[in-house]
Design a protein around this ligand. Sequence first.
Ligand code: CP
Length: 303
Amino acid sequence: MRHLMSPLDFTTQELDKLFDLAGDIERNPGKYAHACDGKILATCFYEPSTRTRLSFESAMTRLGGRVIGFSDANSSSAAKGESVSDTIRVISCYADICAMRHPKEGAPMVAAERSGIPVINAGDGGHQHPTQTLTDLLTIRSLKGSLGGFTIGLCGDLKFGRTVHSLIHALIRYDNIRYLFISPEELRVPDYITDMLRGRGIPFREVIRLEDVMPDLDLLYMTRVQKERFFNEEDYVRLKDFYILDAQKLARAKDDMLILHPLPRVNEISVEVDDDPRAAYFKQAQYGVYVRMALILTLLELA
Ligand code: CP
């Protein structure tokens, strides 16, 4: 039995296979419409979500399976003090696979250790968000043609943004990628990530002004300032609008630069950018369904 805790749980060869499957699902949805007949997905979300929970539910439904779960810890027995370990042991009696989001880092891993079914980390605190990373990689591979040979700018809250941490971990296995980390001083990418890049001899630069590096970028990965991870409101208010991508800033970008964002967005991308052909963030959300369909099939050994 396999779980997914980190994007590194799959080799790059396994990821290629997963993305090929996601591509086939996109082109031939009817072929997979009954692939999960009789199977049940449990979505156990102890933290708010729109995309991850609903794309998992859409994925399982499109595969012919069914979905059970909760979207709020307060409507589960966690509110009465039940541990994640006990909860997953019980869910294992009710479902065939579980997607879990939790505010505590490592909670899905604790669940996986006690689980009788595959557990998918759907985001744990500020740590990892591997299925968002699978979504991001599939989007880049599909729209750029390959997972390597580009300059990527990651912009915004690089300290608390778990999607950024997961994506960097996944991308370091691909060749010839240059990283530009664009953030205010207070929201710099954690040292353990820059230490890891230095240790591997992978080039990166840290800058504060997005405008200064815009012409260099092949991919711009925007992120929201993670309000829920701040210790005080004052700091959040001071930093939340540090970056606002608008048409004026984009004027200096390459014509084929891709703009990605895991969403939800707050103010960091102006709505006027949505109609720019380089804006790929809603398409990215669509890829999230295909890749989660492929992941469910893979972990249930139905692919
Ligand atoms: N990208 C993402 O994780 O969105 P949700 O928080 O809405 O699931």
